[in-house]
Design a protein around this ligand. Structure first.
Ligand code: ADP
Ligand code: MG
Ligand code: ZN
Length: 486
């Protein structure tokens, strides 16, 4: 995008709330049942059936509202949003229009500067309202045309709408990271975009920098990962900037993201946009929640990511960035804290989790939530061996892989394989002499003041000792020997 334009982004996030039953009937809300098994007259919209609000869904929705600093509405009302589509059995969706569960909150996001420090930005939350999910149409892999599965119809959804406060794809990405963290800490949703328990529509417009009015917005749908949201917004900003540059009018429309092509394309234009003819749901009366109940709920909220972030910085003395990365994923933060409880040095634990452990998990396509082979106690054990000099960091990198594959403790592996670090000065001196003799040019470079050349010699000693030497000791021995050989 040329510098003269600024992008304006607002996100609409739908999350499936984790309740036992659906939002307006007692059908199970579980995923994975046989098609149309979890249905009843209410969620199939049969005449004469009446919806009853699931209190648990309301409670989870209010928890999210409170965690986002929203105001819980004095009166809460449901409305019918009318449109015709085969996945919607009643031809209207029960949603909320002008009296949502909560509104006017904010979400803090952390943005990394070029210098690596974090800066906080507050994004306004317009509202968070409850609604029911629709069914699912199956077009592929089925006999004769399209089929419909209404198991998902009536699953409780919370729609969280942001103000148009986001200014870049990266900000939108961080908004999703922060929002997901809060939802996970509250335990209200699985937040899995691939499985559809979290869905995000992005509204994007651009304007002349500094110009007050917003440009015409385009809504993008169909992204199935946070990365895809980032890419789709970046694509859309570029497309709109190019349109403005060539004098093409940007039309208000809904576009779909095509992941394999890396493009958005028109789904429907504003002209075809629905008039939803919202009107109050007559079968559910408006109601209020007492301030006592709201306060009790507020008190019941668990420690939230921002508070945990502050605590991690203070309690463990790790950097802002490290604290942020750990806290953003609840399971990661839990694993880290479990390691420290097992006596691991917090800084080392943070480093080892974020580098070696996460790399291993990604490689094996596992999840930090489920690591039976590497319990926190074992990682803490490995860190202890590094800290007390029993093994070098280099050896530890091999040991962690072995631990991961065998479920053995670090101590066991180190003992079995004889990996204990060589700190025998006499032996190291012998190897150092040999290495210096074999590499006179490099030694001369070190002597002439090119200090970093010593790295090569350290590497050679490491190689001869199969990585078991203590690098700090080798460095000292080599330096001493070379500088004394004037
Ligand atoms: P609509 O009535 O089309 O659904 P809303 O006013 O409800 O529009 O806003 C929907 C989303 O679009 C919100 O997240 C809001 O922040 C965002 N939004 C509104 N105007 C713009 C704009 N000009 N550019 C980008 N996003 C916008
Ligand atoms: Mg809207
Ligand atoms: Zn039902």
């Amino acid at each position: 995008m040329s510098d003269q334009y600024e992008s304006v982004i607002g996100l609409e996030v739908h999350v499936q709330l984790k309740t036992e039953s659906k939002i307006f009937c007692s059908c199970p809300a579980q995923f994975g049942a046989e098609p149309n098994q979890n249905t009843c007259p209410v969620c199939l919209g049969l005449p004469g059936s009446l919806p009853v609000l699931n209190e648990r869904a309301l409670e989870l929705a209010m928890k999210v509202g409170l965690a986002l600093g929203c105001r819980i509405s004095d009166r809460i009302k449901f409305d019918r949003k009318n449109y015709f589509y085969p996945d919607l059995p009643k031809a209207y969706q029960i949603s909320q229009y002008d009296m949502p569960v909560s509104s006017k909150g904010h979400l803090a996001i952390e943005l990394k500067s070029d210098a690596g420090t974090l800066a906080e930005k507050r994004i306004g939350i317009t509202r968070a309202h409850l609604e029911e999910d629709a069914g699912k149409l199956l077009h592929e892999g089925v006999r004769d045309g399209s089929w419909v599965d209404y198991n998902r119809a009536g699953i409780p959804l919370l729609e969280i709408v942001s103000e148009p406060d986001l200014r870049s794809p990266e900000e939108a990405f961080q908004y999703l990271v922060s929002l997901k963290a809060i939802l996970q800490y509250l335990g209200v949703s699985d937040c899995n975009m691939e499985e559809g328990s979290l869905r995000c529509d992005a509204n994007v417009s651009i304007r002349q920098k500094g110009a007050a009015p917003f440009g015409t917005k385009v809504e993008i749908k169909n992204m199935n990962s946070f990365r895809a949201v980032h890419k789709a917004i970046a694509y859309e900003i570029k497309r709109q900037s190019e349109a403005l540059e060539t004098g093409t009018r940007i039309v208000q429309e809904t576009r779909l993201w095509n992941e394999s092509k890396g493009e958005t394309f028109t789904m429907r234009s504003k002209e075809e946009a629905h008039d939803y003819r919202y009107f109050p749901e007559p079968d559910l009366v408006p109601f209020s929640v007492s301030s006592d109940q709201i306060e009790a709920l507020r008190k019941s909220l668990p420690e939230l990511p921002q508070a945990r972030f502050e605590r991690f910085r203070k309690q463990y003395g790790i950097s802002d960035y490290d604290a942020y990365v750990l806290v953003a994923e609840k399971a990661l933060a839990d694993y880290f804290e479990a390691c420290t409880r097992e006596g691991a040095n917090p800084k080392l634990a943070s480093n080892w989790i974020q580098s070696e452990l996460l790399a291993l998990i990604n490689l094996k396509k596992h999840s930090i939530k489920n690591l039976p082979n590497l319990p926190p106690k074992h990682l803490a054990g490995l860190i202890r061996l590094i800290e007390n000099g029993t093994i070098s960091g280099k050896i530890a990198k091999d040991v962690i892989v072995e631990m991961y594959d065998t479920k053995k403790s670090a101590e066991e592996i180190v003992k079995e394989k004889g990996l204990i670090q060589v700190t025998d000065t006499k032996l190291l001196e012998e190897v150092a002499d040999r290495v210096i003799q074999a590499n006179p040019k490099v030694a001369a470079e070190v002597r002439s003041g090119k200090a970093q050349a010593i790295g090569f010699l350290v590497g050679q000693v490491m190689k001869e000792t199969q990585g078991k030497a203590n690098p700090k000791m080798i460095n000292e021995i080599l330096t001493k020997k070379i500088t004394s050989q004037k």
